[in-house]
Structure formats: structure tokens, C-alpha cells
Design a protein around this ligand. Structure first.
Ligand code: GDP
Length: 366
């Protein structure tokens, strides 16, 4: 039987099969006596953290483990994909620990929206899940936004305890920790990561010392199946995923009109009085209005679009979602792609998207 080896940085079982999974080491390096997994190696040598993922059960074990500690939990969510970035049932697992929420990717939302408004919106969404954070800080890890504020808050709320940073993959957790390390790490390189304090487990926390007695722990994420990044080709993703501020485009729509967001999907205004639809998508996407009666043929001719997906030959290959609108304002969210803010007196809409994409309705964010 082959001997099981563990990373001396984080305790993960060494494997060479899956680069994204914990404990990965390239094959030619896996024979050494003392092994650091690729993630620990990068952190130790380049101060750079890589994301890894866990299976669902391992992830829940990891959260339960945090629940047994007295610590500060830093919960990172993605403002642009709030639904896709939630950890369902977080509170059940982490017990009574204080939660500091970092709402990331603020740079993708229009600059005109006030930070305060976003903060209140996040608090209301969290409240529905029973989460009452000690604070919500709006940030953009990519742009180093509010880093000092976050650092100060973490130090104040941790009250000399450890910090655990949690989030699903792609929320920007490693971008954030890397920014943090760059700005505040004053520790010697060789001390940056230490042997896991949970021998015999494969919980795979990475420890970053904060002082003599406490650490910040990075935890692996879990893949949220609803995130598009997991089933769309990288080339297409580049076009679809906004890299900078989303572009708002406004329409006054009559019933039986349709808006296509390039070849990626569409929203039909089935019934209702004239209403305002504002689309927020990547600048690269072509947004196109048409009459619903012509909409199927338009898609099937493929002339109008710059982007289409494999396997989506006709509009019938897409999945549909139906929503009833209450009078007032709401967002229809196309997870990971963008959203449409509708102000109406009530009515009905139908959304067509590729089968893997989640569509939800929520309180308007803007
Ligand atoms: P992790 O899986 O949670 O560690 O996420 P990463 O740090 O690897 O980031 C996932 C993707 O989101 C990458 O393409 C990052 O460049 C991007 N990203 C991270 N933070 C931000 C941010 O503040 N704004 C924007 N626009 N993108 C970000």
C-alpha cells in the first residue's frame, strides 16, 4: 500500500491528481520526504495564496470545526453574485462566533451607488438568514478598497482571538488575503506558515501568524455549483464576466417585448403596463431589444449576437424561469452574469438562460 503523506504546512493529504483540490503537488515533487503542497509552497515562497476546494462534506466539517472555536469569522461574499457566493446554513455551523462580513467586488457596481446603501442592502440580505454581523465592510480586494478599515476592524473585533476567513471559491478570498499579506505581513518568510495545529486531520487550514498567540486561518472554499465559471470555456468567460464597472442600459418596455443579453439569454416582458428595465451587464455584451413574437427566430438565426454558447443551438435548448413582479422595484439576477432592475406596477416576466445558470429575484440593490 502506498504511504500517505501530508503537507507539513497545512496537513492536507498530498495528491497529484487535481490541481484545484487541497494537497496538490506536481508528480515529480511528490516523492520527497518533507513536502509542502503547492498552495503552502506559493504562500511561503512568494507570499501568494492560491485557492483550493473541498468536497461538500469536508467543507461542512471544516465549518463545524470553526464552530467549536472561540474566534472571529470573516465571511466574504461577492456583491456582484450575492446568491452564488452565499454559504447556505453558515450560522448553523459556526455557532455563536462573531461574524465580520466583507462584501467584495464593489468596483463592478456603478460608482454612483453609495457605500452606505450597499451596506444596508447586505445587512438586510443577511438578516433573512439570521446572520447579524458585527460589521459589514464594502470592499474591492482587486482595488485595495477599504483595506485599512478592514484591517482595523479585524484587529478590533478579534479581541486577541484567532481569525478564520471563509467564503466559496471565486469570491476573491485569495486576492484579499494576498493584498493583506502585501500590506501588513511583517513576519519572517520562514514563519509565515506553520504546521497545522490539527494533527491527523485534513482540514487544511493555512495559518498566518498575527501575534505570538493567535493566527489568521485561510480555509479552502467550496464550489458553488451555480457559478458559471465552472462550466463555461475560459475564452467565453472573459467576454461574459465583467472586468470593470457594469454598464447600465435603460429601456421602457411594453408587454410582449424582449431584451436579449447577447446570445446568453433573454428576458420577456409577458404582461403588465409600461415598465422600466435597466440591464447591468459586462460592457462586452451586446444588449438588444425586440418584439417577443420575433425573438425565437432572432436567436435561431444567430446573426445579432457576438457570443453564443456550445450546445445552445436554438432557444429551446435554454431553461426558462417565470417571475411575478410586485409593484415597485426589483432585480432579476442572472447569477454571475449581471442583473436587470425592473420598476413596474406589477406584471410577469420569463427569463431564458442556459440550463446551468441560476436566476433569482431580489430586492433591488441600486
Ligand atoms: P477565491 O477563489 O475566493 O480565492 O477568489 P480569487 O481571489 O481567486 O478571485 C476570483 C476572481 O475574482 C479572479 O478573477 C479575481 O481577479 C476576481 N476578483 C477578486 N477580487 C475582485 C474585486 O474586488 N473586483 C473584481 N472586479 N474582481 C475581483
Amino acid at each position: 500500500m502506498e504511504e500517505i503523506k501530508k503537507c507539513y504546512g497545512c496537513g492536507a493529504i498530498i495528491q497529484s491528481d487535481n490541481e484545484k483540490h487541497i494537497g496538490y503537488v506536481p508528480k515529480n515533487a511528490s516523492q520527497r520526504e518533507h513536502i509542502l503542497c503547492q498552495r503552502c509552497f506559493q504562500l511561503k515562497n512568494y507570499h501568494k495564496l492560491q485557492t483550493t476546494t473541498l468536497t461538500k462534506d469536508d467543507f461542512l466539517n471544516l465549518l463545524d470545526h470553526i464552530g467549536e472555536k472561540d474566534c472571529l469569522v470573516v465571511y466574504m461574499i461577492d456583491l456582484f453574485d450575492f446568491e452564488g457566493s452565499r454559504i447556505p446554513g453558515l450560522l448553523r455551523h459556526i455557532g455563536y462566533n462573531d461574524v465580520l462580513v466583507l462584501a467584495n467586488k464593489r468596483d463592478l457596481l456603478p460608482k454612483s451607488v453609495k457605500e452606505r446603501k450597499l451596506e444596508h442592502w447586505v445587512r438586510r440580505q443577511l438578516k433573512e438568514e439570521g446572520i447579524k454581523p458585527v460589521d459589514v465592510i464594502i470592499t474591492s480586494a482587486k482595488k485595495n478598497m477599504n483595506m485599512d478599515k478592514i484591517y482595523d476592524a479585524m484587529m478590533a473585533y478579534r479581541k486577541h482571538r484567532d481569525i478564520y476567513v471563509v467564503g466559496v471559491t471565486n469570491v476573491g478570498k485569495s486576492t484579499f488575503i494576498n493584498a493583506l499579506l502585501k500590506h501588513y505581513a511583517q513576519v519572517e518568510d520562514q514563519n509565515l506558515i506553520t504546521v497545522s495545529e490539527f494533527p491527523g486531520t485534513t482540514l487544511d487550514f493555512i495559518e498566518i501568524p498575527l501575534d505570538e498567540n493567535s493566527c489568521l486561518y485561510d480555509t479552502p472554499g467550496i464550489i458553488n455549483e451555480n457559478q458559471m465559471t465552472h462550466f463555461i470555456e475560459p475564452e467565453d468567460l472573459k467576454k461574459m464576466m465583467p472586468q470593470s464597472e457594469l454598464r447600465p442600459i435603460g429601456f421602457q418596455l411594453q408587454e410582449k417585448q424582449t431584451i436579449y443579453f447577447d446570445g446568453l439569454g433573454r428576458i420577456d416582458y409577458i404582461s403588465g403596463a409600461q415598465a422600466s428595465f435597466i440591464t447591468y451587464f459586462s460592457r462586452q455584451l451586446k444588449i438588444h431589444r425586440t418584439k417577443t413574437i420575433n425573438a425565437d427566430a432572432l436567436y435561431d438565426r444567430h446573426k445579432t449576437f457576438t457570443l453564443e454558447l456550445d450546445g445552445m443551438k436554438t432557444i429551446k435548448d435554454m431553461k426558462t424561469y417565470d417571475f411575478s413582479l410586485k409593484p415597485g422595484k426589483c432585480d432579476i439576477v442572472i447569477s454571475g452574469l449581471g442583473f436587470i432592475t425592473i420598476s413596474s406596477q406589477g406584471g410577469k416576466v420569463k427569463v431564458h438562460v442556459p440550463p446551468q445558470i441560476l436566476v433569482t429575484i431580489r430586492e433591488a440593490i441600486i
